[in-house]
Write a protein that binds this ligand. Structure first.
Ligand code: UGA
Length: 437
């Protein structure tokens, strides 16, 4: 099928590559010049395991090409995927949907009568109807819009796109549904469920799923707050409750909390949208979910202050600044936030990350960039592990030698082996666990 993918960020770039891998002829459209030229020269402008190799493969076979705007070739596509970002507005909790509306309007001026548009961006419920009305006005006929939310996770984005656990599609029209069944046919053949819904439900599925995931994480972090004052162990608690299949063990890892470009802004946008719809109280609990999450960052700063007292001029090494491992995404990163707050309190903070220092660029010059873990650890009085990259999980306490005189480490992700660190003479503080020596 000839398709276009509009907006080539994490979602769009991955989707474009995935669609080309399925054998479709894909035109990727991206107005940002530097992102476009990177992609055109076979470079993925962010770190996502396996994506660049797959991009080169489909570029070589000619099934994926990139351009900055619509032209005759993109206008001739049968299916257009809208993958434009919806970040949080600077001055409110709500999502900024202006980029989606702009991209949809540009498309409407080119779109052919029988084409289908599938929105994949995460939008407030009700947005698709407004988009459809606006596009139809511009096109001069009723545009066939569907909603097809995406559930990929950074770090496993391509795998999640090619082997999703479900494909969710909201349509007003059978034609759109069959077009989407056709484009995903190779995935559906492997037994992936295709869930056909009305459009508002499809929009809501995405926001509900991310809200539920955020709730699970904040639930276990709330338990961590209780565990910290009652002598209990949150990791053991999560394991024990997780054996109940109705609860499950996934997304119950307590620590410094959730971040990234999705969970935090999606729960806030949901709160804002529910308030607009007059049902704010229905999702009021999400404010607590957000607050529990942010309190975990306060907790790390508080632990550092309790131990080091005055932070001024104290050297601290932060291991990991991306919001999760296998990603260089710094959006709303809990670990980077903690690093900046420790620095604002006068500490000399060095940050290390296997991939994300490039994404940090020259922002936050107050943070020293550690060229390796040893260099960052020299004379540090505290190490804070904020992102559980695999190379940190396997780190041996002995590898620090005598670099860290104070031998104090806060494990913000509960990945270090408490017994071996303590046996090596370290004081290890693990969030939500009373294991301190
Ligand atoms: C999330 C959802 O998981 C995807 O399904 C969704 O498609 C995506 O948002 C999106 O809306 O585009 P992602 O942001 O890539 O994916 O990251 P997650 O794996 O969900 O992790 C989010 C944050 O929660 C990370 O900071 C992670 O460290 C934290 N987390 C996760 C925990 O603190 N504890 C856990 O048990 C799990």
């Amino acid at each position: 099928m000839k398709i276009s993918v509009i907006g080539l960020g994490y979602l769009g770039a991955t989707h474009a590559v995935a669609m080309a891998k399925l054998g479709h002829e894909v035109i990727g459209i991206e107005p940002d010049e530097s992102r476009l030229s990177a992609l055109q020269s076979g470079k993925v402008p962010f770190f996502e395991p396996g994506l660049e190799e797959a991009l080169l493969e489909v570029q070589k076979s000619g099934t994926l090409t990139f351009q900055s705007a619509h032209d005759e070739a993109s206008a001739a596509c049968e299916l257009h995927f809208l993958c434009v970002g919806t970040p949080q507005l600077a001055d409110s909790n709500a999502a900024d949907t202006s980029h989606v509306f702009a991209a949809a309007s540009e498309l409407a001026a080119f779109i052919s009568l029988d084409a289908v548009v599938a929105g994949k961006s995460t939008v407030p419920v009700g947005t698709a109807q407004q988009l459809k009305d606006e596009m139809s006005k511009i096109a001069g006929f009723e545009v066939n819009l569907a909603w097809n939310p995406e559930f990929l996770r950074e770090g496993t984005a391509l795998e999640d796109s090619l082997k999703p656990d479900r494909i969710v599609v909201g349509t007003w029209d059978r034609e759109a549904e069959s077009k989407l069944r056709e484009v995903y046919q190779p995935i559906l053949e492997t037994g992936t469920p295709f869930i056909s819904l009305d459009v508002p439900t499809a929009e809501l599925v995405k926001v509900a799923a991310n809200s539920f995931l955020a709730t699970k994480i904040s639930f276990i972090n709330a338990m961590a707050e209780v565990a910290e004052v009652s002598g209990a162990d949150t990791v053991a608690l999560a394991e024990a409750i997780g054996f109940d299949e109705r609860i499950g063990k996934k997304f119950l890892r307590n620590g410094v909390g959730f971040g990234g470009g999705c969970l935090p802004k999606d729960i806030r946008a949901f709160i804002a949208r529910a308030e607009e719809l007059g049902v704010g109280s229905a999702v009021d609990f999400l404010k607590d979910i957000d607050e529990v999450n942010l309190r975990r960052r306060d907790r790390v700063v508080e632990l550092a202050r309790q131990d080091l007292k005055d932070l001024r001029d104290k050297r601290i090494l932060v291991l990991g600044i991306s919001f999760k491992p296998d990603s260089d995404d710094l959006r709303d990163s809990p670990s980077l936030d903690v690093a900046l707050r420790l620095s604002a309190l006068g500490a000399k903070v060095a940050v290390h990350d296997p991939m994300a220092l490039g994404a940090l660029g020259d922002r936050h010059p107050e943070l020293e960039r550690a060229k390796d873990i040893e260099a960052g650890a020299k004379d540090a009085e505290l190490i804070f592990l904020g992102t559980e990259w695999s190379e940190y999980k396997s780190i041996e306490p002995a590898s620090f030698g005598d670099l860290v005189a104070n031998k104090l480490i806060i494990d913000g992700r509960n990945v270090l082996d408490v017994v071996s660190w303590q046996a090596a003479g370290w004081r290890l503080i693990a969030l939500g666990r009373n294991v301190h020596n």
